[in-house]
Design a protein around this ligand. Structure first.
Ligand SMILES: NC(=O)C1=CN([C@@H]2O[C@H](COP(=O)(O)OP(=O)(O)OC[C@H]3O[C@@H](n4cnc5c(N)ncnc54)[C@H](OP(=O)(O)O)[C@@H]3O)[C@@H](O)[C@H]2O)C=CC1
Ligand SMILES: CCCCCCC/C=C/C=O
Length: 329
Protein backbone atom coordinates (compact mmCIF):
# COMPACT_ATOMS: atom_id res chain seq x y z
CA UNK A 1 0.00 0.00 0.00
CA UNK A 2 1.26 3.52 -0.88
CA UNK A 3 1.03 6.46 1.49
CA UNK A 4 0.73 9.86 -0.22
CA UNK A 5 1.80 13.14 1.31
CA UNK A 6 -0.66 15.99 0.71
CA UNK A 7 -0.74 19.68 1.64
CA UNK A 8 -4.11 20.96 2.86
CA UNK A 9 -5.39 24.49 3.34
CA UNK A 10 -5.48 24.58 7.14
CA UNK A 11 -6.76 28.12 7.39
CA UNK A 12 -8.15 30.44 4.71
CA UNK A 13 -5.58 33.08 3.78
CA UNK A 14 -6.03 36.49 5.37
CA UNK A 15 -3.92 38.94 3.41
CA UNK A 16 -0.63 37.44 2.30
CA UNK A 17 -0.47 33.60 2.71
CA UNK A 18 1.66 32.33 5.64
CA UNK A 19 3.35 28.94 6.21
CA UNK A 20 0.96 28.29 9.14
CA UNK A 21 -2.03 28.42 6.73
CA UNK A 22 -0.91 25.04 5.34
CA UNK A 23 -0.64 21.58 6.89
CA UNK A 24 1.02 18.45 5.48
CA UNK A 25 -0.87 15.18 6.00
CA UNK A 26 -0.43 11.54 5.03
CA UNK A 27 -3.14 9.66 3.14
CA UNK A 28 -3.14 5.89 2.60
CA UNK A 29 -4.10 5.00 -0.98
CA UNK A 30 -6.25 1.95 -1.76
CA UNK A 31 -4.97 -0.91 -3.91
CA UNK A 32 -5.57 -0.39 -7.63
CA UNK A 33 -8.76 -1.70 -9.20
CA UNK A 34 -8.96 -2.79 -12.84
CA UNK A 35 -8.74 0.26 -15.12
CA UNK A 36 -6.85 2.36 -12.57
CA UNK A 37 -3.32 3.79 -12.42
CA UNK A 38 -1.03 4.93 -9.64
CA UNK A 39 0.88 8.13 -10.39
CA UNK A 40 3.75 9.87 -8.64
CA UNK A 41 4.09 13.66 -8.96
CA UNK A 42 7.46 14.62 -10.41
CA UNK A 43 6.94 18.39 -10.82
CA UNK A 44 4.19 20.44 -9.19
CA UNK A 45 3.09 23.91 -10.23
CA UNK A 46 2.61 26.89 -7.95
CA UNK A 47 0.48 29.59 -9.62
CA UNK A 48 -1.09 32.93 -8.68
CA UNK A 49 -4.64 31.67 -9.37
CA UNK A 50 -4.37 29.44 -6.28
CA UNK A 51 -4.69 32.54 -4.12
CA UNK A 52 -8.07 33.86 -5.45
CA UNK A 53 -9.42 30.38 -6.29
CA UNK A 54 -8.72 29.12 -2.73
CA UNK A 55 -11.19 31.71 -1.45
CA UNK A 56 -13.76 30.97 -4.16
CA UNK A 57 -13.60 27.18 -4.40
CA UNK A 58 -12.01 25.69 -1.28
CA UNK A 59 -12.90 25.07 2.34
CA UNK A 60 -10.47 24.63 5.18
CA UNK A 61 -9.10 21.07 5.25
CA UNK A 62 -9.25 20.64 1.44
CA UNK A 63 -6.12 19.54 -0.42
CA UNK A 64 -4.53 22.58 -2.11
CA UNK A 65 -5.56 22.93 -5.77
CA UNK A 66 -2.97 22.60 -8.52
CA UNK A 67 -1.52 20.70 -11.43
CA UNK A 68 1.43 18.37 -11.74
CA UNK A 69 3.53 16.41 -14.20
CA UNK A 70 3.28 12.85 -12.91
CA UNK A 71 4.80 9.49 -13.84
CA UNK A 72 2.69 6.35 -14.06
CA UNK A 73 4.27 3.96 -11.58
CA UNK A 74 1.67 1.16 -11.65
CA UNK A 75 -1.04 0.44 -14.19
CA UNK A 76 -4.10 -1.77 -14.34
CA UNK A 77 -5.24 0.04 -17.50
CA UNK A 78 -3.84 -1.26 -20.80
CA UNK A 79 -4.14 2.22 -22.38
CA UNK A 80 -1.51 3.67 -19.99
CA UNK A 81 1.99 2.21 -19.81
CA UNK A 82 4.14 2.36 -16.68
CA UNK A 83 6.89 4.98 -17.09
CA UNK A 84 4.85 7.43 -19.21
CA UNK A 85 4.22 11.01 -18.07
CA UNK A 86 1.01 13.01 -17.91
CA UNK A 87 -0.25 16.39 -16.75
CA UNK A 88 -2.91 16.06 -14.04
CA UNK A 89 -4.98 18.48 -12.01
CA UNK A 90 -4.93 16.66 -8.68
CA UNK A 91 -3.63 19.24 -6.23
CA UNK A 92 -0.63 19.23 -3.93
CA UNK A 93 -0.11 15.43 -3.59
CA UNK A 94 2.93 13.20 -4.02
CA UNK A 95 0.86 10.22 -5.28
CA UNK A 96 -2.67 9.67 -6.52
CA UNK A 97 -4.90 7.14 -8.26
CA UNK A 98 -6.61 7.91 -11.58
CA UNK A 99 -8.77 6.08 -14.10
CA UNK A 100 -6.90 7.96 -16.84
CA UNK A 101 -9.84 10.14 -17.91
CA UNK A 102 -8.49 13.23 -16.13
CA UNK A 103 -4.94 12.94 -17.54
CA UNK A 104 -3.31 14.69 -20.51
CA UNK A 105 -0.38 12.63 -21.72
CA UNK A 106 2.68 14.62 -22.72
CA UNK A 107 2.78 14.89 -26.54
CA UNK A 108 4.52 11.87 -28.12
CA UNK A 109 6.84 14.36 -29.87
CA UNK A 110 8.15 15.67 -26.50
CA UNK A 111 11.95 15.45 -26.86
CA UNK A 112 14.03 13.72 -24.17
CA UNK A 113 16.24 16.85 -23.99
CA UNK A 114 13.37 19.10 -22.86
CA UNK A 115 12.44 19.32 -19.16
CA UNK A 116 9.01 17.75 -18.60
CA UNK A 117 8.25 20.60 -16.18
CA UNK A 118 7.79 22.86 -19.24
CA UNK A 119 4.37 21.21 -19.57
CA UNK A 120 3.40 23.30 -16.52
CA UNK A 121 4.91 26.51 -17.89
CA UNK A 122 6.04 27.69 -21.32
CA UNK A 123 4.46 24.69 -23.08
CA UNK A 124 1.54 24.43 -20.66
CA UNK A 125 -1.22 26.53 -19.13
CA UNK A 126 0.84 29.76 -18.71
CA UNK A 127 2.21 29.57 -22.28
CA UNK A 128 -1.30 29.00 -23.61
CA UNK A 129 -2.49 32.01 -21.61
CA UNK A 130 0.06 34.17 -23.41
CA UNK A 131 -0.92 32.64 -26.78
CA UNK A 132 -4.66 33.18 -26.34
CA UNK A 133 -4.29 36.59 -24.73
CA UNK A 134 -2.10 37.99 -27.49
CA UNK A 135 -3.60 36.40 -30.57
CA UNK A 136 -7.29 36.19 -29.57
CA UNK A 137 -7.87 38.92 -26.99
CA UNK A 138 -5.36 41.61 -28.02
CA UNK A 139 -5.56 40.62 -31.70
CA UNK A 140 -1.94 41.70 -31.98
CA UNK A 141 -0.74 42.67 -35.46
CA UNK A 142 2.83 43.03 -36.84
CA UNK A 143 4.31 46.49 -36.30
CA UNK A 144 2.32 47.19 -33.13
CA UNK A 145 3.67 48.02 -29.67
CA UNK A 146 2.85 45.62 -26.84
CA UNK A 147 3.14 46.33 -23.11
CA UNK A 148 3.28 43.49 -20.56
CA UNK A 149 3.75 43.58 -16.78
CA UNK A 150 4.98 40.75 -14.50
CA UNK A 151 7.02 40.29 -17.67
CA UNK A 152 9.73 38.03 -16.25
CA UNK A 153 7.20 35.50 -14.97
CA UNK A 154 5.68 32.37 -16.50
CA UNK A 155 3.03 34.14 -18.62
CA UNK A 156 4.79 37.49 -19.15
CA UNK A 157 8.05 36.05 -20.49
CA UNK A 158 6.11 34.13 -23.14
CA UNK A 159 3.95 37.17 -23.99
CA UNK A 160 7.03 39.27 -24.75
CA UNK A 161 8.67 36.63 -26.90
CA UNK A 162 5.48 35.81 -28.85
CA UNK A 163 5.05 39.53 -29.50
CA UNK A 164 8.57 39.60 -30.97
CA UNK A 165 7.86 36.47 -33.04
CA UNK A 166 4.72 38.29 -34.27
CA UNK A 167 6.76 41.31 -35.44
CA UNK A 168 5.89 43.75 -32.65
CA UNK A 169 7.86 46.10 -30.42
CA UNK A 170 7.63 44.90 -26.83
CA UNK A 171 7.96 46.76 -23.54
CA UNK A 172 8.07 44.82 -20.29
CA UNK A 173 8.43 45.63 -16.64
CA UNK A 174 9.39 43.54 -13.65
CA UNK A 175 10.31 43.92 -10.00
CA UNK A 176 14.11 43.62 -9.96
CA UNK A 177 17.13 44.72 -11.99
CA UNK A 178 18.15 41.12 -12.63
CA UNK A 179 14.68 40.40 -14.05
CA UNK A 180 15.01 43.48 -16.28
CA UNK A 181 18.40 42.21 -17.54
CA UNK A 182 16.76 38.84 -18.27
CA UNK A 183 13.99 40.53 -20.29
CA UNK A 184 16.57 42.29 -22.44
CA UNK A 185 18.47 39.01 -22.90
CA UNK A 186 15.35 37.31 -24.33
CA UNK A 187 14.64 40.11 -26.81
CA UNK A 188 12.41 42.69 -25.11
CA UNK A 189 13.00 46.07 -26.81
CA UNK A 190 12.51 48.04 -23.60
CA UNK A 191 12.32 46.92 -19.98
CA UNK A 192 12.29 48.67 -16.62
CA UNK A 193 12.03 47.93 -12.91
CA UNK A 194 8.63 49.21 -11.80
CA UNK A 195 9.75 49.22 -8.16
CA UNK A 196 12.63 51.67 -8.66
CA UNK A 197 11.40 54.09 -11.36
CA UNK A 198 10.62 57.50 -9.89
CA UNK A 199 7.48 57.79 -12.02
CA UNK A 200 5.68 54.88 -13.70
CA UNK A 201 3.93 57.39 -15.95
CA UNK A 202 7.27 58.75 -17.20
CA UNK A 203 8.78 55.29 -17.57
CA UNK A 204 5.88 54.15 -19.75
CA UNK A 205 6.10 57.32 -21.87
CA UNK A 206 9.88 57.01 -22.27
CA UNK A 207 9.66 53.34 -23.29
CA UNK A 208 7.10 54.14 -26.00
CA UNK A 209 6.46 57.86 -26.59
CA UNK A 210 3.70 57.03 -29.12
CA UNK A 211 1.85 54.80 -26.64
CA UNK A 212 0.73 51.16 -26.79
CA UNK A 213 -1.56 49.25 -29.15
CA UNK A 214 -1.82 46.22 -26.87
CA UNK A 215 -1.56 45.94 -23.10
CA UNK A 216 -1.33 42.43 -21.62
CA UNK A 217 -2.21 43.09 -17.99
CA UNK A 218 -1.06 40.53 -15.42
CA UNK A 219 -1.05 42.91 -12.46
CA UNK A 220 -4.13 45.19 -12.37
CA UNK A 221 -4.44 47.81 -9.61
CA UNK A 222 -2.41 51.01 -9.75
CA UNK A 223 -0.19 49.87 -12.63
CA UNK A 224 -3.19 49.26 -14.89
CA UNK A 225 -4.79 52.56 -13.87
CA UNK A 226 -1.70 54.43 -15.05
CA UNK A 227 -1.01 52.30 -18.15
CA UNK A 228 -4.54 52.77 -19.52
CA UNK A 229 -3.72 56.44 -20.14
CA UNK A 230 -0.86 55.39 -22.43
CA UNK A 231 -3.00 53.38 -24.83
CA UNK A 232 -3.17 54.46 -28.46
CA UNK A 233 -6.50 55.09 -30.20
CA UNK A 234 -8.36 51.74 -30.62
CA UNK A 235 -5.91 50.04 -28.25
CA UNK A 236 -6.74 46.58 -26.85
CA UNK A 237 -6.25 45.45 -23.26
CA UNK A 238 -6.17 41.75 -22.30
CA UNK A 239 -7.12 41.56 -18.63
CA UNK A 240 -5.27 38.39 -17.72
CA UNK A 241 -4.47 38.76 -14.02
CA UNK A 242 -4.63 41.15 -11.08
CA UNK A 243 -1.88 39.83 -8.84
CA UNK A 244 -1.45 43.22 -7.15
CA UNK A 245 -4.97 42.79 -5.74
CA UNK A 246 -5.14 39.08 -4.82
CA UNK A 247 -3.91 39.56 -1.24
CA UNK A 248 -5.96 42.66 -0.47
CA UNK A 249 -8.23 42.38 2.56
CA UNK A 250 -9.85 45.71 1.67
CA UNK A 251 -10.64 46.25 -2.06
CA UNK A 252 -8.57 48.98 -3.74
CA UNK A 253 -10.41 52.04 -5.07
CA UNK A 254 -10.17 53.75 -8.52
CA UNK A 255 -9.00 55.89 -10.46
CA UNK A 256 -11.69 54.90 -12.90
CA UNK A 257 -11.27 53.87 -16.49
CA UNK A 258 -14.21 55.35 -18.36
CA UNK A 259 -12.56 58.51 -19.68
CA UNK A 260 -9.59 56.86 -21.48
CA UNK A 261 -11.86 53.97 -22.59
CA UNK A 262 -14.26 56.39 -24.29
CA UNK A 263 -11.96 58.96 -25.82
CA UNK A 264 -9.41 56.45 -27.15
CA UNK A 265 -12.15 53.97 -28.08
CA UNK A 266 -10.34 51.16 -26.26
CA UNK A 267 -11.35 47.51 -25.98
CA UNK A 268 -10.77 45.68 -22.71
CA UNK A 269 -11.56 42.00 -22.23
CA UNK A 270 -10.97 39.60 -19.38
CA UNK A 271 -10.33 35.95 -20.15
CA UNK A 272 -9.70 32.59 -18.53
CA UNK A 273 -7.39 30.31 -20.45
CA UNK A 274 -9.41 27.15 -19.75
CA UNK A 275 -12.35 28.65 -21.68
CA UNK A 276 -10.11 28.38 -24.75
CA UNK A 277 -9.46 24.63 -24.56
CA UNK A 278 -10.50 24.42 -28.22
CA UNK A 279 -7.15 26.14 -29.00
CA UNK A 280 -5.14 23.99 -26.57
CA UNK A 281 -3.76 21.40 -28.98
CA UNK A 282 -2.87 24.00 -31.60
CA UNK A 283 -1.29 26.27 -28.95
CA UNK A 284 0.82 23.54 -27.31
CA UNK A 285 2.04 22.43 -30.74
CA UNK A 286 3.05 25.99 -31.72
CA UNK A 287 4.74 26.71 -28.35
CA UNK A 288 6.69 23.44 -28.46
CA UNK A 289 7.83 24.18 -32.02
CA UNK A 290 9.06 27.68 -31.09
CA UNK A 291 10.91 26.29 -28.05
CA UNK A 292 12.61 23.64 -30.19
CA UNK A 293 13.55 26.23 -32.82
CA UNK A 294 15.17 28.36 -30.09
CA UNK A 295 12.75 31.25 -30.75
CA UNK A 296 11.04 30.88 -27.38
CA UNK A 297 13.42 30.78 -24.41
CA UNK A 298 12.42 29.59 -20.97
CA UNK A 299 13.64 29.84 -17.41
CA UNK A 300 12.31 27.90 -14.45
CA UNK A 301 12.55 28.61 -10.73
CA UNK A 302 12.80 25.10 -9.37
CA UNK A 303 12.27 24.55 -5.64
CA UNK A 304 13.44 21.16 -4.43
CA UNK A 305 11.21 18.83 -2.36
CA UNK A 306 7.48 18.50 -1.93
CA UNK A 307 7.84 19.66 1.69
CA UNK A 308 8.66 23.14 0.31
CA UNK A 309 5.40 23.65 -1.65
CA UNK A 310 4.12 26.45 0.64
CA UNK A 311 7.50 28.22 0.56
CA UNK A 312 7.57 28.04 -3.26
CA UNK A 313 4.00 29.39 -3.49
CA UNK A 314 4.62 32.24 -1.07
CA UNK A 315 7.96 33.03 -2.76
CA UNK A 316 6.26 33.26 -6.17
CA UNK A 317 3.62 35.67 -4.81
CA UNK A 318 6.47 37.79 -3.41
CA UNK A 319 8.22 37.86 -6.81
CA UNK A 320 11.13 35.54 -5.97
CA UNK A 321 10.70 33.59 -9.20
CA UNK A 322 12.33 34.22 -12.57
CA UNK A 323 10.21 32.42 -15.16
CA UNK A 324 7.91 29.60 -14.09
CA UNK A 325 7.87 28.58 -10.43
CA UNK A 326 7.76 24.80 -10.03
CA UNK A 327 8.52 22.30 -7.30
CA UNK A 328 10.54 19.15 -7.99
CA UNK A 329 9.04 16.56 -5.66
N1 LIG B 1 -6.55 34.63 -17.06
C1 LIG B 1 -5.95 33.44 -17.04
O1 LIG B 1 -6.45 32.45 -17.58
C2 LIG B 1 -4.64 33.32 -16.35
C3 LIG B 1 -4.18 34.36 -15.62
N2 LIG B 1 -2.96 34.32 -15.01
C4 LIG B 1 -2.52 35.50 -14.31
O2 LIG B 1 -1.35 35.98 -14.94
C5 LIG B 1 -0.53 36.64 -13.99
C6 LIG B 1 0.88 36.05 -14.06
O3 LIG B 1 0.83 34.69 -13.70
P1 LIG B 1 2.16 33.80 -13.77
O4 LIG B 1 2.91 34.15 -14.97
O5 LIG B 1 1.76 32.39 -13.56
O6 LIG B 1 2.95 34.27 -12.50
P2 LIG B 1 4.44 34.82 -12.46
O7 LIG B 1 5.37 33.73 -12.86
O8 LIG B 1 4.48 36.09 -13.24
O9 LIG B 1 4.67 35.10 -10.92
C7 LIG B 1 4.00 36.13 -10.29
C8 LIG B 1 4.77 37.46 -10.44
O10 LIG B 1 3.90 38.51 -10.17
C9 LIG B 1 4.67 39.63 -9.78
N3 LIG B 1 3.98 40.33 -8.68
C10 LIG B 1 3.64 39.86 -7.47
N4 LIG B 1 3.02 40.80 -6.74
C11 LIG B 1 2.97 41.90 -7.52
C12 LIG B 1 2.45 43.22 -7.34
N5 LIG B 1 1.85 43.59 -6.18
N6 LIG B 1 2.59 44.10 -8.36
C13 LIG B 1 3.19 43.74 -9.49
N7 LIG B 1 3.69 42.51 -9.74
C14 LIG B 1 3.58 41.60 -8.75
C15 LIG B 1 6.03 39.12 -9.32
O11 LIG B 1 7.00 39.58 -10.25
P3 LIG B 1 7.76 40.99 -10.07
O12 LIG B 1 9.09 40.67 -9.43
O13 LIG B 1 7.88 41.47 -11.46
O14 LIG B 1 6.91 41.85 -9.19
C16 LIG B 1 5.89 37.60 -9.42
O15 LIG B 1 7.07 36.98 -9.83
C17 LIG B 1 -1.20 36.47 -12.64
O16 LIG B 1 -1.94 37.63 -12.36
C18 LIG B 1 -2.13 35.30 -12.87
O17 LIG B 1 -3.23 35.32 -12.00
C19 LIG B 1 -2.16 33.22 -15.11
C20 LIG B 1 -2.57 32.13 -15.82
C21 LIG B 1 -3.87 32.07 -16.46
C1 LIG C 1 -6.40 23.38 -14.37
C2 LIG C 1 -5.72 24.59 -13.95
C3 LIG C 1 -6.66 25.77 -13.81
C4 LIG C 1 -6.06 26.96 -14.43
C5 LIG C 1 -6.92 28.16 -14.23
C6 LIG C 1 -6.25 29.35 -14.79
C7 LIG C 1 -7.06 30.57 -14.62
C8 LIG C 1 -6.28 31.60 -13.99
C9 LIG C 1 -6.78 32.75 -13.62
C10 LIG C 1 -5.98 33.70 -12.94
O1 LIG C 1 -4.84 33.46 -12.57
Amino acid sequence: MVTAKVWVLKKHFEGFPKPSDFEMKQVALANLKDGELLLESVFLSVDPYMRPYSKRDMKEGDVMIGTQVARIVESKNPAFAVGTFAVANRGWRTHFISDGKDLSLLPASWPESLPKSLALGTVGMPGLTAYVGLFEICKMKPGETVLVNAAAGAVGSVVGQLAKIGGCKVVGCAGSDSKVAYLKSIGFDEAFNYKTVTSLDEALRKASPDGYDCFFDNVGGEFASIAINHMKKYGRIAVCGAISQYNDSVPQKGPYIQIPMIFNELSMKGFIVTSWNNRREEGVKALLKWVLEGKLKYHEQVTERFENMPAAFIGMLKGENLGKAVVKA
